[in-house]
Design a protein around this ligand. Structure first.
Ligand code: GDP
Length: 366
């Protein structure tokens, strides 16, 4: 067709028909599609995990953390099959306020136990704040410089989605997978701000509380319940001109512990000072932990505590599923805001609103 600019009305250049050019893309180049990762079967996951394949382990943990129902179903199958291979580890909870020196300490603790006892170490975390901050700082690899490159360690940050109960359950399930993969030492890290300690305490054999010597009133800031949970309290940063202060704090803690009833384990919690940064007093902490494990293995408390924990997690899992099933029910989800408003405006009492919703939910189940 004649180009419009060749019209007589145009006085400019004549535009010729173009010449077809070959494509600049090599026609023989086969575009390789990114291979979609095949979904492994539960048996394949288990086989990989039991062989100690860390990539398989990581992928299985990702399944555990997934909120998709099909992933959850597969994850549960993998966990179930890994159970017979699990349990052969010592599980240690490590808690402390931000800045107490958890990551510095976990790095040196980890290297110490790996050097002293061989084996493999997994570092997991429970961070209740991670839901809000979208991503967890706990268990972050960059915070544990040496461990993160150690061939015998596996570091996994806190699962980030869901309620504390949900996050804690996922960590508990991850422990099982790690144990099946041959990790015989498990650290579970958490921040010392309250409820998350209870969750960690309910999945470990030894609960270690990291404290700092402060202004002399360090005991006031710490909740009684948290101190009661501790099997050992360690005062960090006992170095330089902080040594005396740390010793004094240790004395305060020791005195305070005397006021509590004797723990069920029969073990008297110890208080030690150390410096994670300068690597002072680390061996003493681990001697204490091993002494505790020996002690409770002999008196039967080790088994008893684990059995109690298994029972606790059965109920926690039931509670979590019931709660999810209720709140995710579409009818409930759509009615909830209305009921909430009625309660806020005083048009309905909290009890009658709750009853109405629950009745509706249970009627839907029939
Ligand atoms: P986290 O928030 O509990 O994980 O604490 P970090 O391990 O990140 O430590 C917080 C700060 O305390 C960092 O600046 C560390 O260098 C410092 N720190 C940790 N351990 C020690 C210690 O033993 N002595 C001294 N002086 N500083 C330490």
């Amino acid at each position: 067709m004649e180009h419009p600019e060749n019209n007589e009305a145009y006085k400019g250049l004549t535009v010729n028909q173009g010449v077809e050019q070959p494509s600049i893309v090599n026609p023989y180049l086969k575009l390789r599609k990114k291979p979609k990762r095949r979904q492994y079967t539960a048996a394949e996951y288990v086989e990989g995990i039991v062989k100690g394949d860390v990539t398989m382990l990581s992928q299985a943990v990702t399944l555990v953390e997934s909120v998709k129902p099909e992933h959850q179903a597969l994850a549960q199958e993998v966990i179930e099959k890994c159970l017979p291979y699990s349990g052969n580890s010592i599980r240690i909870g490590i808690s402390g306020v931000p800045g107490a020196g958890k990551s510095t300490s976990i790095d040196v603790f980890g290297l110490h136990v790996l050097e002293e006892t061989g084996g493999k170490l997994a570092v997991l975390a429970i961070d209740p704040s991670s839901e809000r901050s979208k991503g967890s700082i706990l268990g972050d690899k960059t915070r544990m410089e040496k461990l993160s490159v150690h061939p015998k360690s596996f570091i996994r940050p806190s699962p980030s989605a869901g309620s504390l109960g949900g996050v804690a359950r996922k960590t508990r399930e991850t422990i099982i997978l790690c144990e099946a993969a041959g990790f015989d030492k498990i650290f579970v890290e958490t921040v010392g701000v309250g409820q998350s300690e209870t969750a960690v305490h309910s999945m470990v054999d030894f609960f270690l509380l990291i404290q700092l010597a402060g202004t002399g009133d360090e005991l006031q800031g710490i909740k009684r319940g948290i101190m009661e949970m501790a099997d050992g309290i360690v005062i960090n940063k006992a170095d330089g001109n902080n040594i005396e202060k740390a010793k004094l704090a240790a004395t305060h803690f020791r005195n305070a512990l005397h006021l509590f009833p004797a723990p069920e384990s029969g073990w008297t919690p110890q208080v030690l000072t150390y410096s994670g940064f300068y690597n002072i007093g680390i061996k003493e902490i681990w001697d204490m932990i091993y002494a505790y494990i020996d002690f409770v293995r002999k008196n039967g408390y080790f088994e008893r505590r684990r059995n109690e924990q298994a029972k606790y997690w059965m109920y926690e899992t039931i509670n979590e599923h019931l709660r999810d099933s209720f709140y995710q029910n579409p009818q409930i989800a759509s009615l909830l805001p209305l009921q909430e408003r009625e309660v806020l405006e005083g048009k309905s009492t909290s009890f009658s609103a709750a009853r109405k919703l629950l009745e509706l939910y249970f009627a839907g189940l029939k």
